[in-house]
Design a binder for this molecule. Structure first.
Ligand SMILES: NC(=O)c1ccc[n+]([C@@H]2O[C@H](COP(=O)([O-])OP(=O)(O)OC[C@H]3O[C@@H](n4cnc5c(N)ncnc54)[C@H](OP(=O)(O)O)[C@@H]3O)[C@@H](O)[C@H]2O)c1
Length: 322
């Protein structure tokens, strides 16, 4: 079958690390199922993997990229793939499994005509979402859902700050929070990304580091050191900073005095559970939410898609259709 895979890593030009060609057909072991991929969406996780900064080691190459997919299972059902794979025999909370991996970390990913996944990871695709829209949900939108509704427990009437305006996760945070009656402020690096966020539901958009009209109940930060101090200073007393990414680096300073004097909380968040994915799908249906897809490309364009993401030019989501 045809797939976009890594034969090597390239930290300088990750697009060069991507090959498109024939790979062996996936094998469905016990409890697994082969899904015909109709659409797969790109995440920064794929960029990190191609740079060699992800979880794939050189001895695992070649590895098919891609965490997210929507497609058709062997019974003809339209499905969305939950990309979190637990270790054999793990019975604890799925996101606390020490052997947890995402598709493309240990098992071949979704940038392929077909992918093998644990059967329990399949969630029905609602008819109201296209395959391209549904393929955006499993990583960026699921992470946003958990950050907002599980980790920050936002309520209608709250105000949040989202660091980042136009990326996949930022767009999902804005749309989901807005649909739940939460006031959303974002920071964006350019006028164009700020305008994009307003067009897609943000109530106001600010330059990075800008003084806000008032302090917020919660901040969603996946950018890291570039925005971290602003995030902490933007919180009201007792507010929560939910952290899910390190786009600009791994280490960020903490003003310890500010933390305890303002009773701030920092909560880390990774992906979401299968149950949260089911509830996200229901939420999208009930609120008539459609993830914004800026480009639909072929598998052969996987390298170009990574370059676009590396250049910071993503608006919403990029989707690949085999
Ligand atoms: N914990 C998890 O489970 C999880 C799941 C999904 C994603 N993530 C993480 O979340 C982050 C975003 O992922 P994504 O897929 O949404 O990526 P993306 O589509 O490329 O979006 C990047 C976002 O970061 C913002 N940003 C601000 N400063 C930046 C800088 N100096 N360089 C680059 N971007 C900057 C961008 O703002 P503008 O809008 O102004 O361009 C944009 O909104 C990544 O770190 C990813 O690893 C984590």
């Amino acid at each position: 079958m045809r797939a976009a895979f890594l034969a090597d890593f390239d930290p300088d030009a990750p697009a060069r690390a991507v090959s498109v060609g024939e790979r062996p057909e996936p094998v469905a072991h016990d409890g697994w199922e082969v899904v015909e991929v109709k659409a797969a969406s790109l995440n920064r996780h794929d960029l990190l993997t191609a740079c060699g900064a992800g979880f794939v080691r050189a001895n695992q190459l070649p590895m098919i990229l891609g965490c997210d997919a929507a497609g058709v299972d062997s019974d003809g059902n339209e499905v969305i793939v939950h990309p979190v794979v637990n270790g054999v025999g793990w019975e604890g909370p799925e996101l606390l499994d020490p052997h947890l991996s995402l598709l493309s970390d240990r098992h071949p990913g979704t940038f392929a005509e077909r992918v093998a996944v644990p059967r329990r990871n399949l969630v029905p695709k609602p008819p109201g979402l296209s395959f391209a829209e549904a393929a955006c949900l499993p990583t960026a939108w699921l992470t946003a859902y958990r950050m907002l509704f599980t980790q920050a427990a936002v309520r209608p009437g709250d105000t949040i700050l989202v660091q980042g305006a136009s990326g996949g996760l930022s767009t999902a945070l804005t749309a989901l929070a807005r649909s739940a009656g939460v006031r959303v402020w974002v920071t964006g690096r350019t006028e164009a990304t700020r305008a994009y966020a307003i067009e897609h539901g943000a109530d106001a958009a600010f330059e990075p580091g800008a003084r806000l009209p008032e302090r917020v109940d919660a901040v969603m930060d996946s950018v890291g050191p570039a925005t971290w101090m602003h995030s902490l200073k933007a919180l009201r007393r007792g507010g929560v900073l939910v952290v899910s990414g390190a786009t600009t680096g791994r280490e960020a300073p903490i003003d310890v005095t500010l933390m305890f004097s303002h009773s701030l909380r920092i909560v880390a968040s990774v992906m979401g559970t299968r149950d949260e994915l089911r509830r996200l799908v229901a939420h999208c249906t009930l609120a008539d939410l459609h993830p914004p897809v800026s480009r639909v490309l072929g598998l052969g364009d996987a390298g170009d898609a990574l370059s676009t993401m590396q250049a910071g030019d993503v608006r919403g989501k990029i989707v690949l259709c085999p």
